[in-house]
Design a protein. Structure first.
Lengths: 233, 233
DNA sequence: GTCTATAAGCCGATAGAC
DNA sequence: GTCTATCGGCTTATAGAC
């Protein structure tokens, strides 16, 4: 087995520590220890502790936005779109739960400029969901009245997956996404003329490619951005 | 207007700072500044920064557990029970969103002994919900198959309220709780022989007394526990 | 590419004056 | 009850040897 590159060891160590203890609760020495380095050596790979967080957040949000765009491009009707968005969000929050937890909880730790940028991306992502829910209500696909409230409820239930999912649990990320998609349709009272709509009734594209779209840019593996980070600084 | 007691100013300042920046991201000097004191004076009121967090978490979880017990005592059928649990949880997470956010996110920051204690309380609370969902499935009130999954989904959607609720928004905490209760029944596919059950069909006790049960012990106002904290130390 | 050594500053907490 | 002053330790980050 080939030894893991130092960059990746740092990335994974930081992700695990930030997810468990929070960004502010993690010292550079802890990251160094967990990576098998000393504190000073860390700065050969990263610009600063802040830069490291910025890259985690930017990578995660970029991946999520691009994957959501892929979902919208591959589907047309609100029910299919929403089912795919939920499957994607849940599977990503299960497969990459450490990264997702950091992205979801550490926005306030970013320096103001970056915080605004990430906040805007978060708003855009939420807007995609709300747009689909709204369109579904207008088209008579969903029986709920308040699109904003339903969207917030759905995002909440899907996002919290990152806090409780365990890889050794009974369900794979993809199977979990399917279960949550069904609960989503129930919550929205999806259906027409009193006949409930279930996931089984729908032709839904496979989630795999959407998860792949997330991992293409959103996953780890681009830690070698120290140069880019220094250029930006 | 009577000036706010120093204890309460410290409590509210710490709550606001812990909620926004996290426990680890907040210094005792910041708490002191926001309370109109110097760092040293803080220790006339608290044993340590850890003690302060412990009191927030213990107070919040105790309040939630006692209020949930009041719900269980005041209702009998699973649908009513769950509707009341959701109304309570949502209204408390809206009315006391700073405290709720801290309780929900800062468990890992506690020293191990306290962490275990709070973790056990959290498990107990989740167990109450799961028990009601399970009982409802067994009784034929709910159409979902997996009680564990449904419970996690519901707790997730209700807990996230603390992150997005704004007091100046369109809904009061109580009205929001009612909307979430309805979405809960939909998600669970509540009803019998194909006829959906709505909140309007149920006789549900008023939430007010349950919220009051939370606030009796769970709210702020018992900061004067420095003595108690010192006794314990 | 990794180390040691260290700078400069903030941290939680205490002592003691008033 | 609040202050000032301060301790020892830990923080992020850099410099320079190897």
């Amino acid at each position: 087995m080939s030894p893991m590159p130092t960059e990746d060891r740092i990335w994974l160590a930081a992700l695990a520590l930030f997810a468990r203890q929070g960004f502010a609760g993690t010292s550079t020495r802890e990251i160094a220890d967990a990576s098998g380095l000393t504190a000073g050596s860390l700065y050969h790979y990263m610009g600063s502790k802040d830069d490291l967080l910025e890259q985690v957040m930017l990578g995660g949000m970029t991946g999520l936005l691009e994957a959501a765009a892929a979902v919208v491009a591959a589907t047309e009707q609100p029910p299919q779109r929403l089912v795919s968005l939920v499957q994607l969000h849940v599977a990503v929050h299960a497969r990459h739960r450490l990264e997702a937890k950091v992205v979801d909880r550490e926005i306030e730790q970013l320096p103001p400029a970056t915080r605004k940028r990430i906040g805007a991306m978060r708003d855009e992502y939420e807007g995609v969901w709300r747009g689909v829910v709204s369109a579904g209500i207008d088209a008579g696909d969903f029986g709920v009245a308040d699109a904003r409230l339903a969207t917030l409820a759905l995002l909440g239930m899907c996002t919290e997956v990152a806090t409780w999912f365990r890889p050794k649990g009974p369900l794979t990320p993809e199977a979990l996404g399917l279960e949550f998609a069904q609960m989503t349709l129930s919550l929205l009272r999806a259906g027409r003329s009193g006949v409930p709509l279930t996931v089984a009734d729908l032709e839904v594209p496979a989630v795999g490619p959407f998860i792949a779209a997330y991992e293409r840019r959103g996953g780890y593996g681009m830690v070698g951005a120290k140069a880019a980070s220094r250029r930006g600084a």
